[in-house]
Ligand binder design. Structure first.
Ligand code: ZN
Length: 167
């Protein structure tokens, strides 16, 4: 199960992780996302390049980060579906999702809530990371004990988690 929770960026053609590994590893190069200003160095994405120690002559490359590439390609790794939300709980649930998204993003700039929409009677959220949708569902379950959650995964074509919360 633990494997399922891991983001599998490397399997996506839109995410040239290999290129990033080579370019952004060690102290040599820096990759900047023109969309969100995230910076890739030392084998990880950061919110900015402020902590980059490569020096002023380090090569810089501009490339969409995996999260923005995913959004551009209308992809996602996590889907949260909330059914039959009681009217009085709607606002609280939306806030809760926002809070989980915010703290996930603060920890890792690649972990994002892509969208949150009302689809018919459901609320549907898409995330760049499968674990994020799952933890949103669990948070909702925690504050609404009577709701039921179901989590499922699809391996193909991508590692997508679908977390359904039903009231
Ligand atoms: Zn970006």
């Amino acid at each position: 199960m633990a494997k399922k929770f891991k983001s599998q960026y490397k399997n996506r053609p839109t995410k040239p992780e290999h290129e990033m590994e080579e370019f952004g590893s060690g102290k040599k190069g820096l990759i900047l996302c023109p969309k969100c200003k995230a910076a890739y160095f030392g084998k990880a994405w950061h919110h900015s390049e402020v902590n980059f120690k490569g020096g002023e002559d380090a090569p810089v490359k501009f490339m969409l980060c995996p999260a923005d590439a995913m959004i551009k390609n209308k992809q996602y790794e996590g889907k949260l579906v909330i059914k039959n939300i009681p009217k009085e709980a709607a606002e609280e649930i939306v806030n809760l999702i926002g809070n989980v998204a915010e703290s996930a993003f603060a920890k890792d700039p690649m972990h994002r809530l892509i969208s949150l929409k009302k689809v018919g009677n459901d609320l549907v959220g898409l995330t760049t990371e499968n674990e994020l949708a799952v933890s949103m569902a669990k948070k909702i379950k925690n504050s609404h004990k009577k709701s039921k959650i179901t989590i499922s995964y699809s391996d193909e074509p991508a590692d997508i988690a679908v977390a359904v919360v039903e009231f």
